[in-house]
Design a binder for this molecule. Structure first.
Ligand code: NAP
Length: 540
């Protein structure tokens, strides 16, 4: 039994985390005893009960302090993220560290507007004696499981909102990114959140699901693959624990004939290959209208030829992949497509293959590089177009019409985000309204993940629920309604016992009054209702 002043110390496992861009050892993998989890939940719940009562102004001050902490530790954060994931520190700063600081400030100001109690409008004169007020209250203790691709940027939104809406949190980050998790824990502690409210859990993916769901959490937030999300939802369903899931994507970008082509080509490359293409909302498939196909491809290929790839530094644009499994999956998908007639049009210089052999470090730990490739595909069959590739591959395809672009963009089990590129507002509105995606960006792609005000999440197999924006604030809280009787001295309601035919008649009268056709029917209804009121309403 752990006493309240003891900490939950993880043990060393003898296995190591490596920098995927260099293969260098980074840190030893740590692991908690799964039996610690119910105790962490208990301790978090105890702290949460007090935290919920803390005035919001105090919570807001801590949120500001957290964003200042992020500012003060920006280099350490960016470098640690870069070392764990293989991305560059500039990418880490732009897509994770800066958005996290913005998020803490934004949510701390936005939350009171969403949590503010709401007086509900009365639906019928029959309830004029009632006053209903809707509150949003924290769930209690929220479990968060996050992936390796944005190990700081993704969990920090959920952690920020869960804590600021009054919850306790247990966070498990991807094993590959445990050092980033440690920084999140330090940030929460040093910014001034109460001790025990937040716990970082060191457990492998295979153990954490059961540990969380049986350990007493009140809600689970998971971001990761669709396969894992499906398993977790089934397990949570058995225990009736609510879940919020952010899963895979297979984003389409549609380039219409009046698109700003130079911007579209540069944007396709940024959103398709930053983080080495390992973004749930990254560009995977590009559908281009025939009249601009050749010009767009020329521009796209120019952009790709200029991409500089390598281990973190200010002289490279993108880094490595994060896992060897990911590299194998990309190779399989690309080879499958090429064997079925797809054409490799362009490859970025200084490819991963070259780096791998020139550095002589081609182990499963790294360097794990894969070059940027432009692949022309005629049809949408096969894994490259149907599944998530999660790599620096830009699959391009010509389309004859808007309708064809929409139909092909929607022909996938995923629906996370999509983009339309055009200077015509009418065409954008027409196409965007038919895309089955949770986010549609216009003349841009992916970046709205960095805007905490825009809900993030998708249709079909991409999401259950939403993170970011007001929906995230709603997802970390549940509705509670207080229904007041305005005439508490009235001895009984009309339909309370004892029941007789006057009650039935009076209630039918109420129904006629609400929904009957014609003045005569309504007046008769009113008469029967008044009869019941006279008989039943007593104050003394
Ligand atoms: P993953 O294998 O599903 O892992 C995600 C997290 O879940 C990791 O912390 C992992 O821990 C843990 N995990 C693995 N198996 C588990 C299980 N059976 N029960 C409970 N937890 C388990 O996904 P990933 O490969 O890290 O991430 C890439 C995927 O995430 C892609 O499909 C991407 O599209 C998706 N993603 C979606 C969004 C979005 O917002 N929709 C954002 C980012 C990523 P270990 O590290 O210990 O295995």
């Amino acid at each position: 039994m752990i006493r309240s002043n003891e900490t939950f110390k993880p043990r060393k496992t003898g296995s190591w985390i490596h920098n995927p861009a260099t293969g260098e050892r980074l840190a030893e993998i740590l692991e908690h005893d799964p039996e610690n989890v119910p105790l962490m939940v208990q301790r978090s719940r105890k702290a949460q009960i007090e935290w919920e009562q803390v005035p919001y102004k105090v919570k807001q001050r801590i949120a500001y302090e957290t964003s200042r902490w992020i500012h003060a530790h920006a280099d350490t954060l960016s470098l640690t993220i870069a070392h764990c994931t293989g991305k560059t520190r500039t990418e880490a700063l732009a897509t994770e560290v800066l958005p996290a600081a913005i998020a803490f400030r934004y949510y701390s100001q936005r939350i009171p507007h969403i949590l503010h109690p709401k007086r509900l409008p009365t639906s019928s004169f029959l309830f004029l004696n009632k006053k209903s007020i809707q509150y949003r209250v924290p769930y209690g203790v929220i479990g968060i499981i996050s992936p390796w691709n944005y190990p700081f940027g993704i969990p920090v939104h959920e952690v920020a909102v869960a804590l600021l809406t009054g919850n306790g949190v247990l966070l498990k980050v991807a094993t590959q990114c445990q050092p980033v998790g440690e920084l999140i824990e330090t940030m929460i502690r040093e910014a001034g959140f109460p001790s025990d409210l937040f716990h970082l859990v060191y457990l492998s993916g295979s153990k954490v699901g059961a540990a969380f769901l049986d350990g007493g959490i009140d809600k689970l937030f998971f971001t990761g693959s669709t396969e894992t999300g499906r398993i977790l939802m089934q397990e949570a369903g058995k225990r009736l624990i609510p879940v919020s899931l952010e899963l895979g994507g297979n984003d389409a970008m549609i380039v219409l004939s009046d698109a700003p082509l130079e911007r579209a080509a540069a944007g396709a490359v940024w959103a398709g290959v930053s983080n080495c293409g390992q973004s749930c909302g990254g560009v995977e498939r590009i559908y281009i209208e025939r009249p601009v196909y050749d010009t767009f491809l020329t521009l796209l290929r120019q952009e790709v030829r200029q991409i500089r790839q390598g281990p973190d530094g200010f002289d490279v644009d993108i880094g490595s992949l994060t896992t060897e499994e990911q590299r194998k999956k990309i190779i399989e998908q690309v080879q499958d497509a090429l064997s079925k007639g797809a054409r490799l049009l362009e490859t970025s210089p200084d490819t991963g293959m070259n780096l791998r052999s020139t550095l002589g470090l081609g182990t499963t730990h790294g360097p794990i590089f894969y070059p940027v490739q432009v692949i022309e595909v005629d049809h949408d069959a096969g894994p490259l177009m149907q599944e998530e590739t999660f790599g620096p591959i830009l699959a391009v395809s010509v389309v004859e019409t808007e309708e064809e672009a929409i139909q092909r963009a929607n022909a996938t089990p995923y629906g996370l985000t999509a983009s339309v590129w055009s200077l015509s507002k009418e065409r954008v509105a027409r196409v965007a309204s038919q895309l089955q995606a949770g986010v549609v960006t216009v003349n841009d792609h992916l970046m709205s993940h960095g805007m905490p005000e825009t809900p993030w999440g998708g249709f079909k197999q991409s999401s259950i629920g939403r993170t970011h924006g007001d929906p995230l604030i709603e997802e970390t809280t549940q509705v509670k309604v207080l229904v007041w009787e305005k005439l508490p001295r009235m001895k009984r309601n009309l339909f309370w016992h004892p029941i007789d035919s006057t009650v039935y008649d009076g209630l039918k009268g109420a129904l006629s009054l609400v929904a009957g056709k014609g003045i005569r029917t309504r007046f008769q209804g009113l008469w029967r209702l008044v009869h019941l009121l006279v008989k039943k309403v007593r104050f003394f």
